[in-house]
Design a protein around this ligand. Sequence first.
Ligand code: SF4
Length: 305
Amino acid sequence: MATIGIPKGMFFFEYSSIWEEFFKILGFEVILSQDTNRKIMDDGIKCCSNETCLPVKVFHGHVMSLKDKVDYVFIPRYQSTGKNEYTCPKLCGLPDMIAVNLGDQIKILEIKINMNSCRDETKESLVKLAQTLKIDSEKVLKAFNATWERHTQLMAKKNKANVKKEVNNKNVIILLGHPYMIYDNFISMRLIEKLERKNIEVFTPWDIDYETKRRNAHPYQGKTFWDIGFELLGSAFTCAKDERVKGIVYLTPFACGLDAFIMEFIELDIKSKNQGLPILKLTVDEHTGEAGFDTRLEAFIDMIG
Ligand code: SF4
């Protein structure tokens, strides 16, 4: 049986378990890349143009680290994960970017996730994957449906469990950013750990239930928009009304077009409603020094008291 590599970047932070489980059900050996480190980042940077955002560069490094260990590298094409919700063009085109930059060094396996209108595209991509791996397509469809269903149920349960977090009189900060930014310890420079060491309770968008975020993402409800936009705007506006929350930290990679808009919308809304919630923007790229990053964070923590 072939060996499948899964890079620990981008989609991995929200969907890792389903893909690992999916390939294991089909009988394949799965190898995950290591956690992000300096070498992975440096290798990724060498493959990409300067204008590429940091997480995509890092993702290239993860793929590079797998290239000699596996038969195929799995790179899903997330286009849409819900009705009227689309991903960033770089996520939609991630398998193409990797094929252009590294295609002669690896074999890519892809599944297209389009939950807005074209579920048939997902099915077609699963049939194609079955042909590539020379296995029965019915078996692949069944494994996909089972793992996706389990993932959906797990997320629903997690959301319900987290909607009202106990904070034990601690100050709370809402940490905004893409999951592949805030949950990657190397890229985020262990930001969550640093805040928690200062006795701060950290909320992230994934601590707030889906319906609340969509309801509060005014005025974008019902419109076609980025899924991460709903997540971040909805979380910021939910937390702005929560008196436990003393500030917003927004972690963003240099060159993220989506964040440039979303951050602006959040700042304008909070200022216009005079909610007075302090906001710290932390922009990181491959040259960001940890000392300067920590100094800004500590000044912010002192300010919110
Ligand atoms: S949303 Fe931003 S960080 Fe994520 S892939 Fe797109 S440009 Fe890069």
